[in-house]
Write a protein that binds this ligand. Structure first.
Ligand code: NAP
Length: 318
């Protein structure tokens, strides 16, 4: 049973993979090319792919009887894999939910605080050597404590963000999801997204990517937001119509944005890079040694279960 891991991994994960499996670990950090995806499906029994490895329907169509029987994705988001096409080709898919939740919620709060309190701009000022000292009206930002936050997607990460907002910052939490949730803290369910957007100081995105949520945040939703509001996106870039977002920021429909993900990642439009009221991170949601190790171990747990004929702990359905 040959296993292919498509990126270098934290040392503990690589060590386990080499000890427990017949593993080949690719030494590039770039997404798989089309030829490499073909090789993944024909040359290996199990593949651990990740973000950027675009296993779209045409890749499966080009390999009618794949040798590969499991894509054990490294990451909770699997919108880069056409799961329906994979399952139809006899390839199961798993992901790594849970391991990523707190770290990603922490990055959402980092973006919220950095954007509201102008931390990026302030850091750039200090580094430029141009800072002239404290004064009562220097770089006034927005207060975060006690504000109203709207969370789009109240799943694992959405709830972890909501907990931080409620217990940590005394915020009023409102949210939209496909269904109402039973939560251990007060939170208002506002199923109409533009109505939610219109009512909050900060709109934070935590839905999965994919066709169903593509451009969920469009010009209509952005127009509905208060001119003082901030948009925070740790979900997937495609959830936001990036052109509409740039227009809303340039036109003053919203006051700022904090982004960890981008519609055409890793491309980040110059218009965004030029704006001081936008905080830009390079997809850091899960980027800690512990979390990436947990994610790798979770992916390998799915590999082990598959090899031992046990039910897959984190099977994904179409
Ligand atoms: P999850 O537990 O499955 O939660 C997803 C939530 O989104 C659920 O509440 C779901 O509603 C809601 N939802 C789905 N489609 C919707 C729609 N069309 N309209 C409104 N709400 C919708 O997933 P998670 O573990 O929280 O992860 C969420 C996403 O975060 C991942 O899929 C991934 O893309 C992203 N992520 C990013 C990073 C990063 O590094 N920036 C890290 C980890 C994850 P129901 O509960 O009602 O079904």
């Amino acid at each position: 049973m040959k296993l292919w891991i498509t990126r270098p991994m934290p040392p503990a994960v690589e060590a386990r993979a080499r000890a427990d499996f017949d593993a080949e670990i690719r030494d590039s950090n770039l997404p798989l090319s089309r030829d490499e995806m073909h090789r993944a499906l024909t040359g290996f029994d199990i593949v651990v792919p990740t973000l950027g490895d675009l296993f779209s329907a045409d890749i499966f169509a080009a390999v009618p009887q794949p040798r590969c029987k499991l894509l054990a994705n490294f990451g909770v988001g699997y919108n880069h894999i056409d799961v329906r096409a994979a399952l139809a080709a006899g390839v199961q898919v798993t992901n790594t939910p849970g391991a990523v939740t707190d770290a990603t919620a922490d990055i959402a709060m980092t973006l919220l605080l950095a954007t509201a309190r102008r931390a990026g701009e302030g850091e750039r000022l200090v580094r430029s050597g141009q800072w002239q000292g404290w004064h009562p009206t220097q770089m006034l930002g927005q207060h975060v404590t006690g504000k109203r936050v709207g969370i789009v997607g109240m799943g694992r990460i959405g709830q972890a963000i909501a907990r931080r907002c409620h217990f940590g910052f005394g915020m009023q939490v409102a949210y939209v999801a496909r269904s109402r949730k039973e939560l251990e803290f007060p939170a208002e369910y506002v199923p109409d997204l533009p109505a939610l957007a219109a009512s909050v100081d900060f709109l934070m995105l935590a839905v999965p990517g994919g066709a169903e949520t593509r451009h969920l945040i469009d010009a209509l939703v952005l127009d509905a937001m208060k001119p003082s509001a901030l948009l925070i996106n740790i979900a997937r870039g495609e959830v936001v119509d990036e052109t509409a977002l740039i227009g809303a920021l340039q036109g003053g429909q919203i006051a700022g944005a904090g982004l960890d993900v981008y519609e055409f990642e890793p491309e980040v439009p110059a218009a965004l890079r030029e704006m001081e009221n936008v905080t830009l991170l390079p997809h850091l949601g899960t980027a800690t040694e512990e979390v990436r190790t947990d994610m790798g171990n979770m992916a390998l747990d799915n590999v082990a279960a598959f090899l031992n004929g046990r039910p897959l702990p984190n099977a994904v359905t179409a």
